[in-house]
Ligand binder design. Structure first.
Ligand code: GLP
Length: 243
């Protein structure tokens, strides 16, 4: 893993966007796996700015979101479909974009269909990931096996609590989601992990330096040959990384 500690939070967002831009310039029809949550908001803002400035073209990329809450449709303000409209797809043209259907009548079939689409697209050229405070990637919670595929998952109480900040109350946070699996993520040709946020120091250390264990799903990234970890300076300091 290559760990890069940025000089500031602004530089973090800028470097994340530069990383993605470079890959898309090299391969304009790249297949990208995209995260949600707070971590990538600044990166999306920078990507939109670059497209508007005419220095980046995303119009041939194929985008797959990593996850979606079950029970929330694209019109729900907290659905990841809505999030993506708000932060990226509502502002710039991409080739194609996919996100699991949170209202699918048969969620297991929807998960299988989503995995098939990823395979048909040739897998991910670049998977961009956030890091959950409990070590999850996508919605692969602790206990997720390394060979897992896109599937329906139960959200842990810790994740529902962490994400309740977006919903106003933990009771309103869905209990289940569809997530791309760890096996699917590990088959990406390259991975970018965005490490930013409060309360993640222990889990970041465990992901980068601890044993590879299903208890910290992000630790499986240690098995991948091409991972870049971007870390904000404050998180790096708190985690004792790159000092
Ligand atoms: C969320 C998402 C993940 C995200 C992670 C980190 O629950 N499902 O894809 O990467 O948790 O969230 P945040 O970036 O808000 O810290």
């Amino acid at each position: 893993m290559e760990v890069r500690v940025t000089t500031s939070v602004a530089a973090f967002h800028d470097e994340a966007a530069s990383f993605v831009s470079e890959r898309v310039r090299q391969s304009p029809s790249a297949v990208l796996a995209l995260p949600t949550g707070s971590s990538p908001v600044g990166m999306y803002r920078e990507l939109v700015r670059r497209v508007r400035d005419g220095v980046l073209d995303l119009s041939r990329t194929v985008c797959f979101n990593l996850d979606e809450y079950l029970g929330l449709g694209p019109d729900h303000p907290q659905s990841y479909a809505q999030y993506m409209q708000h932060h990226l797809f509502g502002h710039v043209r991409v080739g194609r974009h996919h996100i699991p259907d949170g209202l699918a009548a048969d969620p297991d079939a929807e998960a299988r269909r989503y995995e098939e689409r990823i395979v048909e697209a040739g897998g991910f050229d670049l998977a961009i990931l956030g890091l959950g405070p409990n070590g999850h990637i996508g919605f692969n919670e602790p206990g997720s096996p390394p060979d897992s595929r896109t599937r329906v998952v139960e959200l842990s109480p810790a994740t529902r609590r962490a994400n309740s900040r977006f919903f106003g109350s933990v009771e309103l946070v869905p209990r289940r989601a569809i997530t791309v699996g760890i096996g699917t993520i590990l088959e990406a040709r390259e991975i970018l992990l965005l490490a930013i946020g409060q309360g993640k120091e222990r889990v970041l250390r465990a992901a980068l330096e601890g044993p590879v264990t299903a208890q910290v799903p992000a630790s499986f990234l240690q098995r991948h040959p091409r991972v870049t970890v971007l870390v904000t300076p404050d998180l790096a300091r708190r985690a004792g990384i790159g000092q």
